[in-house]
Design a protein around this ligand. Structure first.
Ligand code: PLP
Length: 392
């Protein structure tokens, strides 16, 4: 791939691997490449490295190290929590929301087709969720409540702590998909009161292909990936040592810098957002302005297709997205924006900008300089422009 200056605003899709993370992983490809289960020296070294990483990711979420199970990704962690709750309770009703990531959405739709009952809680027009809906939806046959901590498309934060209290009172297991939160929110599983929590390392400047599932001590658990005795018999498969070590390093880096980074990233995000909304007519923000991740901005550009905006931004080296990376390329408008009440046309004109600790003021300036011209140009060309109020 040719070298070009990249202005990366798609950190909710994935993040750049931190150089420190890459350095920490290297020995586990080059010299420390053995199997952690072996009886000779490799075994001791590598199980020690895994344990050290487990302690670091546990510190990130305020759990005990033994409550952390390494998985292959956020999707596996989500699927595991749902599967385990259904198996251990023997119950057949699930509660989730209408705006979950496809990791939960597609699994629960599959389960629905298999005869399980799923309640999809609606959200308010600003993407927030009213926790009292959870209390009202819980039934004697409810196996699990699974709600995301923060939405990947809008950044809107759900009231996980309040829902945790409701679930504990009702004696129902509670899972949160917290994949979008590390490095952006402080995560404390004790405060949240969850039984399960999913994370994915590639949203935190570590590589793709490694995640974790927090399982509260003494929560009944049925493994999803069955086989060997790895991860204390909770997730089979030879451990991905370099990636586990990388995840640990990323957690350590994030913990050390989160307080300052949250503020710095939010300032940049707000400048980008305000700059766009004030310079470009017929734009609006999607999602609650305050109950939101500090790095995410989802903006509707009325009367244009987001795909056209993204194409022109791409020519200027700007990477952004029209929603979840997993749904880009599919024809349907975002199910998240749809659940918030946007019309399909508005949803199709929505662009997500997501920042990270590597985003600079120069990146933001580049977008602010070029985007108004791009939008003006597209508005003169777009067939949707016929519906523009200035033209009717
Ligand atoms: N959950 C949320 C909220 C996400 O944003 C993502 C990834 O975009 C996932 C789950 C899936 O994580 P992974 O790509 O590690 O499977």
């Amino acid at each position: 791939m040719e070298e070009r200056r990249v202005y990366y605003f798609d950190n909710n899709a994935t993040t750049a691997v931190a150089p420190e993370v890459f350095e920490a992983m290297k020995p586990y490809f080059q010299t420390e490449w053995g199997n952690p289960s072996s009886a000779y020296f490799f075994g001791h070294h590598l199980s020690g490295a895994i344990q050290e990483a487990r302690e670091k990711v546990a510190a990130l979420i305020h759990s005990e190290p033994r409550e952390v199970v390494f998985t292959s990704c956020g999707t596996e962690s989500d699927n595991t929590a749902v599967f385990s709750a259904l198996e251990t309770t023997g119950k057949r009703h699930l509660i989730t929301s209408a705006v979950e990531h496809s990791a939960i959405m597609n699994q629960t739709q599959f389960l629905k087709r298999k005869g399980y009952d799923v309640t999809y809680l609606p959200v308010n027009p600003d993407g927030t969720l009213d926790p009292s809906q959870v209390a009202a939806a819980i039934r004697p046959d409810t196996a699990l409540v699974s709600l995301m901590y923060a939405n990947n498309e809008t950044g809107v934060i759900f009231p996980i702590e309040e829902v945790g209290k409701i679930c504990r009172k009702a004696g129902v297991l509670f899972h949160t998909d917290a994949v979008q939160t590390p490095g952006k929110l402080e995560i404390d599983v004790q405060k949240l009161g969850v039984d399960f929590l999913s994370l994915s390392a590639h949203k935190l400047h570590a590589p793709k292909g490694i995640g974790l599932l927090y399982i509260k001590h003494r929560t009944p658990f049925q493994p999803y990936v069955m086989g060997g005795h790895q991860e204390n018999k909770r997730r089979a498969g030879t451990e991905n040592v370099p990636y586990i070590v990388g995840f640990g390093k990323a957690a350590e880096l994030s913990l050390a810098s989160i307080k300052e980074e949250k503020t710095r990233v939010k300032e940049l995000r707000d400048r980008l957002e305000q700059g766009i909304l004030s310079a470009i007519p017929y734009t609006h923000l999607n999602g609650n302005k305050d109950l939101r991740l500090p790095n995410t901005s989802n903006i509707t550009f009325s009367y244009i297709e987001a795909e056209a905006i993204l194409m022109l931004l791409d020519q200027l080296g700007v990477c952004a997205s029209s929603g979840s990376a997993c749904t880009t390329g599919s024809l349907g408008a975002s199910h998240v924006l749809n659940a918030m009440g946007l019309s399909p046309m508005e949803a199709r004109g929505s662009v997500r900008f997501s920042l990270s600790r590597y985003t600079t003021a120069e990146d933001v300036d580049h977008v602010l300089k070029h985007l108004p011209g791009i939008i003006a140009r597209l508005r003169t060309m777009s067939p949707l422009n016929e519906m523009h109020p200035d033209n009717v």
